[in-house]
Design a protein around this ligand. Sequence first.
Ligand code: AGP
Length: 621
Amino acid sequence: MCGIVGYIGKKEIIPILMEGLHSLEYRGYDSSGIALHKGNSLNVIKSAGKISILEEILKKKGSHSNGKNGYTHCGIGHTRWATHGEPNDINAHPHSDTDEKIAVVHNGIIRNYQEVREKLVKAGIKFLSTTDTEVIVQLIAFHLKNSNSVLESICKSVNELDGSYALAILFKDEPQKIYGIRKESPLVIGIGEKENYIASDSATVSRFVDKIIRLGDNEIVEISLEKTIFYDLVGNKIIKNPQIVIKTKDFLDKRGYKHYLAKEINEQAEVISNLLSDYLPSAEKTVNFDFLKFDKEFLKNIDRILILACGTAWHAGLVGKYVFENTASIPTEVQLASEFLNLKPLLTKNSLVIGISQSGETADTLAAVKKALSTGAAFLGITNKPDSALADLAKDKLLISKAGTEVSVAATKTFTAQMTMLYLLAIFISEHRIPSLELGKEINMLKHELRMIPRLVDQTLTRAEYYQEQVIKYADKRDFVFIGRGINFPIALEAALKLKELSYIHASGYASGEMKHGPIAVLDPNVPVVSIIVPGETYDRVLQNSLEAKSRSAPMIAVAVDGDKKVDSVFDTVLHIPSVSEIASPFLTVIPLQFLAYYIAEHLGRDVDQPRNLAKSVTVE
Ligand code: AGP
């Protein structure tokens, strides 16, 4: 939620800020803006809407070239996902104080902003916007009047703020400097030769430089052309050393695909294959998670697993529950992070808490994890973002960064990557316990099945066009119902979420056995039922529940394995997948359903990469 970028150097600044903003657009696209020094003043240019609108404004102003516009080479930019205040021009960042001496961009939320605002209003300060961010900049301006340095004004201000923030700040009277500070929201400094950068993620700064420094919580950075100085909250200098980042492929390159979403769906075989090559290169070997610091006795004695996550990551966790219980025989509970905040954490020192978050920044997940950890339980984080707060919280973590940056707001490849890690973790833990002979055999079988998954996923992906032909005819339907059982129940939930967020068609996922307990009442010819029906323990019952739906005149779609004649004869449309075991089937069953959501949304002309009202990381509770 919200992306921050800043640059100081000798290059044309606006192209750099715009490239940075595009790289961060996944974090929000309600409005964008930049602030730059010009002559003796601070110039702010901002607008509601996507970054392309800001670009148009800059072009019209002739502001894209430094030569013409008189800007110095120091500035900050922001792309917003609105939390406090509607997404209009005034609420867009950067925000300035009344005297326009300071400009601030902010990612995060200020919980006590109303209280601080009231205090400032009483002191005669007039506010222009309805954002929490304006409170920050006005507060800094308020303290600056009685401070010996801008650093002191920042320290005094953040001491009064309750919330999460990553800030980049420009001061009119310090034209060659950018200040940054963070608490619970990421901020990364990029170190170059006579140029420095600041941004919300390392992927953005590493577009320009390969040396980065991750700012820690409650640390301040003062960035100038030639140096970066770090301070703690009382203004003492601290030493931080840069690390080298390995440049990855440019994630903004769509590589010939029309949408990032299509590219990311199609990358799934490669992603799973890369993770398996690292951690399970051969089914004959044990899972290579030896870098985890859990001691062996703990792994043997885990009494309970609690998975905390939101949205798609929660669905991956639900799949994980089946694998942990069936493979490692450990009772596993999966909680929506936001709901866990209302529950009593029943954990012991032998419990393992797993937090799953693609972004590693989801406020609900972070709050839930912190609550769970207050019990003394052990923790493991699964995330795609090594810079994130979740990664910071977790001594032990499984990074899925090999999946590459996921640009499209709807999660696809990170879902299958999270599932891969959960399967591997279940096997890893099982291998540290002494499984019964039968369970031992099952674990070995699962390892063989996992090794086959990339090839099967690849075969499934080649069927994209066929899936497209099959699903487009349902694009005019009012609602969709997805049903599955056992390990494919979470896939029904995930399919419904994907369709909703991409196409805006209402959809629900149900455990197929629940249909007759109420949801069946919604069925009519305008409500297709999509059944996930793979051979195994659940097959007969899902088929039975599907027949019940069919007799209520619902159009019937199935995801089923090749050659399943029974399914072919019952359903109107069958989205075939290669033959697969039930336990490994979620890796395959989800793919035609991701395509279903994608092709229907595309057919309806939706903005599939940036659906309305959403952002890639959700940093508010
Ligand atoms: C996924 O398609 C969604 N956009 C959303 O549900 C997402 O999975 C959820 O917000 C959790 O995000 P996280 O993985 O970054 O924590």
